[in-house]
Design a protein around this ligand. Structure first.
Ligand code: NAP
Ligand code: MG
Length: 498
């Protein structure tokens, strides 16, 4: 199945006419009248055109979000009512899970069955997890002893309040899941939102917009503006009525956004890139570690911020591990994601394809062994073979920079005491995995790893309750878990004198 004729009726309907943007509860065209096309990465052909948001649209959306926040239909709604809206949204996502998965596979290129089981299911679960929070947000009583007013009696306490209007800017690798990670805690906290999906993958965000309208959120609470980063995205990051920017994307763009948001001193959270190590220790169970290391990098074509892109293997196991990995890589079926049997799907865009092929060439030129893959697959769409670069070292560009494709760099090591230093030898600090049967190794090494997530005998495992986010240049602030909620709340101290 490669073409859109095989999609469900509902999905076909959704892409049968140009899609609009959501401002103040209404679906509207762009102020400029401009549209842009979203493409099918399996073919490079146009799926549908989408309204192209720019500064004026962002301004209208921010004003709607501001009014919805300041005039209170959302922030002052009681917590159980907010909870019900979020549960209703999760119910609607569940009812529409198949169509969301189809649109995700079509727009991003990924495997439709994996989109259903991972992306969409995690998104639903997370909205439900967040639906439980509005009724549990609470401040605390403070025991005060004001030294310069010893005679007076005070009552001190804190209130937790929503940050306000939030601009959310997300990438294309997990489009619907990123919407859920951003919208869930913002809405649970009582914030209102203007969300800009990635230009490559606007469709599931817009479909979620339809569900949000049906779920009973008041107008203006969620506004969705598709468009480009340097226009719509930039306008959001500098708008003076936006209180917070929540960004997921590359470290490069994250730096631009932090600077842009500084002028109006916005609260910012940054979920950025990675170059995460997967570390096979000498005692590892290779039956688990080899397929585990393969899925750590090849899942979602390596377009995963925490992908295990630097694989460390002890010298003594090197040949066995690399051969095992090459077997996995060469056995993976390559093809469009709408056929669930295809486990290697296209990269998201021509730009991404060129980037990844450029990195493979750079690895070759800098002396890495091409153990498996290394080539384009087919002559249509953006398919790259799962690629293993052997005998790489810390000085190679492919080891230092985020490739964001199905390319793993294997490095040998000898001394287990050195492994944490090798693993930390990167500007990033998003994830890491350790493969071992010895709990002593776990206890010793985990605290030395400078990364926001450390997995043991697994990789890329995400759960709604587990905070996810980076150290170092992988950013600050957490998605998921209770901590994600905290980043959308302000603390107000109240002091009453008797
Ligand atoms: P990107 O190029 O940084 O873009 C991310 C988003 O920012 C897009 O919506 C983009 O718009 C927008 N943008 C670009 N320039 C902007 C500007 N000047 N002002 C405001 N917004 C701007 O990243 P990507 O290529 O989409 O995604 C891949 C990156 O995301 C990787 O580095 C990956 O590691 C990272 N990522 C991190 C996490 C995490 O949780 N840490 C999760 C997923 C992905 P356009 O639509 O025009 O590009
Ligand atoms: Mg697309």
């Amino acid at each position: 199945m490669t073409t859109t004729e095989n999609l469900s009726k509902k999905a076909q309907n959704f892409i049968s006419s140009p899609r609009k943007m959501l401002i103040n509860g209404q679906w509207v065209g762009s102020a400029s009248g401009k549209n842009f096309d979203t493409l099918n990465p399996a073919t490079g052909k146009v799926i549908v055109s989408v309204a192209e948001g720019d500064k004026e649209d962002i301004d209208r959306a921010v004003r709607a979000a501001r009014a919805a926040f300041d005039d209170g239909p959302w922030s002052s709604l009681n917590p159980t009512a907010r909870e019900r809206c979020l549960h209703k949204l999760a119910d609607l996502m569940e009812e529409n899970a198949d169509i969301l998965s189809e649109l995700e596979a079509l727009d991003n290129g990924k495997n439709v069955a994996i989109a259903r089981a991972v992306d969409i299911q995690l998104a639903i679960d997370f909205i439900r997890y967040m639906a439980g929070w509005p009724t549990k947000i609470k401040g605390g009583m403070l025991p005060l002893s004001v030294p310069y007013a010893p005679e007076a009696k005070f009552l001190g306490y804190t209130l937790k309040e929503p940050v306000g209007v939030v601009g959310q800017i997300i990438p294309w690798n997990f489009p619907a899941l990123m919407c859920a990670w951003k919208l869930g805690p913002a809405l649970a906290a009582g914030c209102t939102v203007v969300l800009k999906p990635a230009e490559e993958t606007p469709l599931t965000a817009l479909y979620l917009g339809e569900l949000i309208c049906q779920a009973g959120f008041p107008d203006g609470v969620v506004n969705i503006i598709p468009g480009y980063g340097h226009t719509a995205g930039a306008a959001l990051t500098t708008h003076e009525q936006v209180d917070k920017i929540a960004f997921t994307g590359s470290t490069e763009v994250g730096k631009i956004i932090v600077k842009a948001a500084a002028d109006t001193m916005k609260n910012v959270s940054m979920e950025l890139g990675g170059k995460s190590p997967a570390i096979i220790l000498p005692d590892a169970d290779l039956e688990i570690a080899i397929p585990g290391a393969a899925s750590a990098i090849f899942f979602n074509q390596g377009q995963v911020c925490c992908a295990g892109s630097r694989l460390f293997v002890p010298d003594s196991l090197y040949d066995q591990v690399v051969e095992g990995l090459a077997d996995v890589a060469s056995g993976m079926k390559i093809g469009p994601g709408l056929n669930p049997e295809n486990m290697v799907n296209p990269l998201v865009s021509q730009i991404q394809f060129d980037r990844v092929m450029g990195y493979i060439e750079s690895g070759r030129a800098e002396g890495a062994d091409i153990v498996a893959g290394g080539e384009r697959s087919g002559d249509e769409g953006y398919f790259v073979q799962p690629t293993i670069l052997g005998n790489t070292n810390r000085d190679m560009t492919v080891v230092r920079e985020e490739i964001f494709g199905p390319v793993v760099c294997v490095q040998r090591y000898n001394n287990i005491d050195e492994i944490a230093n090798l693993a930390n030898d990167t500007v990033y600090g998003l994830g890491a995995s350790i493969w071992t049967r010895d709990v002593g190794n776990v206890i010793n090494i985990v605290p030395k790893i400078r990364a926001g997530s450390v997995w043991v005998n697994c990789h890329n495992i995400l759960d709604v309750a587990m905070p996810f986010g980076g150290y170092k240049q992988s950013g600050f602030g957490k998605d998921m878990g209770e901590e994600s909620l905290a980043s959308y709340l302000e603390t107000k101290s109240v002091c009453i004198m008797a």
